[in-house]
Design a protein around this ligand. Structure first.
Ligand SMILES: Nc1ncnc2c1ncn2[C@@H]1O[C@H](COP(=O)(O)OP(=O)(O)OP(=O)(O)O)[C@@H](O)[C@H]1O
Ligand SMILES: [Mg+2]
Length: 348
């Protein structure tokens, strides 16, 4: 342990800390913590940390420090209870957390193994359904062919079902590969508004068929570093959901605007909205409430937005539609890749 002043200069160090620093206790006095613990100097602003600990009056965990493969320590800084107010001191402690780190690593490995097993279950489930259907329909085909004369229209129908299920399987595999092994982004400057319009064009037939009203209020004018095709895919997936959930003559809103360092795109619909119990699952892979759904649309969209250094959020009141927001930094990746999608809403 050590005592430091509010500039993080050492005023006292014990032998254990001196050993860690490869020095003698007396030789550490007068040196700054940044100098004594150089491995952390880039990550930690020690004088700021010392001032924080003193000002806030409580112990703060500063960093986890790997002193070697078999020694991990947590550095903490707290105010020294009896320190003279005129020259307040902070107490630096290093706690050996080697065992906890090992345990965390083991738990992480177990969690990963479990996640892979869960994913495997989900993929197997998604593939088994169409396979079962193909199997049954092939059986029907065989029986139908054995009839004399064969019922041709019926056989045609069965063959069409088989084809549709094969297409579905192909779609599941393609989407899954795209989700799990996305190709590298091809970044260039582009307009989010163009991408939204292109995605809307792809859905034109379905929009016309349902007589949907689409309000377009695209105000963003700053270009974004983006992979145009992939971002279009993300926006398409969200628009497709909106088109699917809205009733005849329903309405969809597309709004974009510039914020300080990012663009905000919102896609809203007046469909049934999302139950709060469900909304926390909608970005999970294979979560679907649709009969023919795969549950990959939103996870893929979210993955693409995160690859762009952005994030997605959803806001919904059941019975009052849902709005999906895309927050996209102009500079593209890497930035703000820390959090998952935000889920908000209420029962009101
Ligand atoms: N606009 C929306 N309004 C209401 N519920 C929605 C909306 N968008 C998504 N959801 C819910 O989120 C679930 C997951 O959506 P997602 O796009 O990931 O999969 P999907 O649409 O069910 O299937 P897929 O997109 O793979 O064909 C949907 O099944 C639905 O329950
Ligand atoms: Mg979908």
């Amino acid at each position: 342990m050590a005592l430091v002043n509010d500039a993080a200069d050492i005023v006292f160090a014990n032998r254990a800390l001196a050993l860690v620093c490869g020095s003698e206790p007396d030789a550490l006095v007068g040196r700054s913590l940044a100098d004594a613990l150089p491995a952390l100097a880039e990550e930690v602003d020690w004088s700021q940390a010392a001032r924080n600990a003193i000002d806030r009056g409580r112990t703060l965990r500063i960093a986890r420090y790997e002193l070697g493969p078999s020694l991990h320590v947590d550095c903490r800084l707290g105010p020294l209870a009896d320190a003279d107010v005129a020259s307040p001191l902070a107490l630096l402690t290093l706690d050996d957390v080697t065992e906890a780190v090992g345990l965390e690593a083991r738990l992480l490995r177990q969690a990963r193994t479990q996640a892979i097993a869960n994913l495997g279950d989900s993929v197997a489930h998604e593939i088994r359904n169409p396979l079962n259907s193909i199997h049954m329909n092939m059986q029907l085909l065989r029986e139908g062919l054995a009839k004399d004369p064969p019922d041709k229209p019926r056989l045609e129908k069965t063959a069409t079902t088989v084809q549709r299920e094969i297409k579905r399987l192909d779609g599941v595999v393609r989407d899954f590969v795209q989700y799990s092994r996305p190709p590298a982004l091809r970044l260039e400057l582009g307009s989010i508004n163009h991408v939204v319009r292109a995605a809307l064009d792809l859905l034109d037939a379905q929009i016309q068929e349902k007589d949907l009203r689409v309000d377009i209020d695209l105000q963003s004018s700053r270009p974004i570093r983006m992979d145009r095709d992939r971002l279009q895919r993300a926006i398409y997936n969200v628009l497709l959901n909106a088109v699917q959930v809205t009733g005849r003559e329903g309405s969809i809103v597309c709004r974009s605007r510039d914020e300080t360092r990012r663009c905000l795109l919102e896609i809203g619909d007046d469909g049934p909205g999302i139950d709060p119990n469900q909304s926390r699952h909608i970005f999970e892979i294979f979560y679907t409430t649709k009969a023919g759904g795969t549950g990959l649309g939103l996870p893929i969209a979210n993955r693409i937005v995160e690859e762009h250094g952005g994030r997605m959020a959803v806001n919904s009141k059941p019975g009052h539609g849902a709005t999906f927001a895309f927050f996209l930094p102009y500079d593209g990746p890497p930035s703000s890749m820390d959090s998952g999608p935000t889920v908000a809403g209420s029962n009101a």
